[in-house]
Design a protein around this ligand. Sequence first.
Ligand code: MN
Length: 232
Amino acid sequence: MTWAIPCPLQPSLAIAGSAERFPVRRIYCVGQNYAAHAREMGSNPDREPPFFFSKPADAMVPDGATVPYPPGTENLHHEVELVVAIGVGGTNISVETALNHVWGYAIGNDLTRRDLQAEAKKIGRPWDMAKGFDLSAPCGDLRPAAATGHPSAGYIRLSVNDKTRQSSDLSDLIWSVPEVIAHLSSTITLAPGDLIFTGTPEGVGALVPGDTCVAEISGLGQLTTHIGSAAS
Ligand code: MN
């Protein structure tokens, strides 16, 4: 086969301590999966089943990169999240067997154009341009579950310029990783290479050019992201 144009690069994640890389197919994200964050966004966390949105796989940004301040917003927000990497696909995966589908875990930062999201919510439009813009998915090195186990408790936090903005615990997830996988795979078929950003705790806030974001999750190291000046 010959491509009519140069074939786009396969998006992939670095694997901690390995020369191998993890190919990424799709990025799914859970909305409002920590009670205190749902409340700060004006929702009731008690009554709402998990809901999902997507980011393009090529929106991923590696650890240590600089993301130019994106266009079209005056309110770029950080959201630290536990990222699940799917190694074995499936449909209608049960909560009981869900962890057998997980290859590993990473730290993600679900960069969000909050002003565009607020406008989309208000007028009932999709979130794509608020969530799925270029370079909107910083994601740290992937760690195999064989090494980390399946984290269900431990700190999840993010600082901006060394000041803590978000600080919570993975045990505060409303929907656990197995429950997220079960819900998501009941509406779409998960495949090897899919990532799931599992939602952010409270304390989301604005980033400006010159900021340095450091996200940390217990057992998964750190993810550093610099915000640069607007691309010209
Ligand atoms: Mn998020």
